[in-house]
Design a protein around this ligand. Sequence first.
Ligand code: F3S
Length: 282
Amino acid sequence: MHVERARELGLCFGVRRAVNMLRDSARTYGSLQTLGPLAHNHVLLQELEALGVTTANSPSELTGPAVVVSAHGVGPDTMSLLTERGFTIVDTTCPNVGRAQHIAAEMARDGFTIVIFGDSAHTEVRGLLGWAGDRGIATLDASALESSRTPPVPAGVGIISQTTQRVEEFTAFAQRVCATVLAVSQEVRIVNTLCDATLRRQSAAADLARTVDAMVVIGGHASANTQRLAETCATIVETYLVETADEIEEALLRGKKRIGLTAGASTPDSSIREVESRLRAL
Ligand code: F3S
């Protein structure tokens, strides 16, 4: 079986940066707690645990003295809460997420309704909603705007995206929102807040998917960017999402000569190596 890696895959600069910050801080403080998982990948979380980094699922579980804000970021209320409780904050918010937060806050200051293309339950989107104040709406379905309790306002509507969504879907969403709100609002501001690392991984995966018999996408099942990678590949070729080498089902790949490999932005190098060597051994 021939196995080929996508030209760009695995840990993005935002997660690498966060992991490096945690390594340094763990040396300084001995142990650290992250507020929510640093990233949605169990293998990565286990590697961090070995460094003394554990996950608190809510602010009430935090004991300090040092607390980590994950690469997904948090809203201003959570930041204030952590400061009030006297924690030393290790802020690993990815600069791409930080830019989206800044844009949401700026639009809120300008009195805009802010429509976020994203999963409202995802940590990053919850943080963005916090920066949008009481004028934010997060949805993956543009028609939800029509029935929303936060309708578009005459001052204007801003449209941004969760960083890890797919560009084709954000484009279609923005077009649909424009069609709905232009009758009401004087200004519509669309800002592309998609992450370039995610876009490059999606494009590299799609190029590879066109040349192979099946794609294997490595990453956490709850990882948004990994799911989008799998969706991108699945529109082209048979695709399997696995988090570890143990999840590879040999029967599904039987008869396939060329397998393409890609990995989500929070997938550690060790997982990629393991899956790759398991596939080569088939
Ligand atoms: Fe940042 Fe993009 Fe990675 S938003 S954490 S560089 S997937």
